[in-house]
Design a protein around this ligand. Structure first.
Ligand code: ADP
Ligand code: ADP
Ligand code: ADP
Length: 214
């Protein structure tokens, strides 16, 4: 199964992706996690994208498309994959179609802007895996530490309030049009489009998300 998770930054895409990935045995492909690893490693790609990521802007379509195309040729993608944070622009979505990559399900997780700002200020992340927690809504078992590895959690540089607002503006301008794009596709190759409200307990949303993919 090939799935796209759509929704604003902080909607809970990463949080829900781990459950979908487990249930359907497909890898989670988070372009954000891939880019953050490159920045951390100081690779040429990392050096190229570091500044734009810190400001909350989008990395160029060209870079992202090349990155994703290469990733989906890897062996673990044979039975499908879950895109988390990709596509983020109409040209990225069109590139998939041009490359002949069909999608089975597009799942939108909808959350209003003010809720996003609250969530992001409390988000804490495990750098190695991309797992995220929330200080209040989804705390780790031990304060400040990842549940699985026990390693330290960090606050992402781009989760400061000003940067979050910038990312939300960019979401509305560049990514939100994908809702109309995907829900408007017709034909035998068109994906099934589902929308789930992303406000409520994590487990409750997981239940709705998995039901939409059945
Ligand atoms: P969030 O999970 O908060 O929505 P991500 O981890 O998906 O954020 O992305 C972090 C940053 O990485 C983005 O603000 C952007 O700079 C860059 N990025 C990730 N995916 C894409 C993409 N598909 N196109 C352009 N930039 C991207
Ligand atoms: P915006 O208006 O900021 O572009 P949305 O259209 O996603 O963003 O609306 C924000 C919130 O309004 C959503 O999280 C959802 O709760 C509610 N909402 C908007 N449109 C719908 C809809 N068609 N069905 C259900 N809820 C909706
Ligand atoms: P995205 O990948 O869409 O950017 P995340 O999965 O990283 O979003 O979630 C953003 C923040 O919101 C994290 O701190 C996460 O723990 C928290 N979060 C996720 N789901 C919920 C929820 N249903 N209610 C409250 N907070 C949530």
């Amino acid at each position: 199964m090939r799935v796209i998770l759509l929704g604003p930054p902080g909607a809970g895409k990463g949080t829900q992706a781990q459950f979908i990935s487990e249930k359907f045995a497909i890898p989670q492909i988070s372009t954000g996690d891939m880019l953050r690893s490159a920045v951390k490693a100081g690779s040429p790609l990392g050096l190229q994208v570091k500044e734009v990521m810190a400001s909350g802007g989008l990395v160029s379509d060209e870079i992202i498309i090349a990155l994703v195309k290469e990733r989906i040729t890897e062996a673990d993608c044979q039975n499908g994959f879950l895109f988390d944070g990709f596509p983020r622009t109409i040209p990225q979505a069109e590139a998939l179609i041009t490359a002949g990559v069909t999608i089975d399900n597009v799942l939108e997780i909808a959350v209003a802007d003010e809720e996003i700002v609250t969530r992001m200020s409390g988000r804490r992340s495990h750098e190695g895996s991309g797992r995220t927690y929330h200080l209040v809504y989804n705390p780790p078992k031990q304060e400040g530490l990842d549940d699985i590895t026990g390693e330290k959690l960090v606050q992402r540089e781009d989760d400061q309030e000003d940067t979050v607002r910038n990312r939300l503006n960019i979401y509305h301008e560049q990514t939100k049009p994908l809702v109309a794009f995907y829900s408007g596709l017709t034909g035998s190759d068109a994906p099934k489009y589902s929308r789930v409200e992303g406000v409520g307990a994590v487990e409750e949303i997981t239940r709705k998300v998995l039901a939409a993919l059945e």
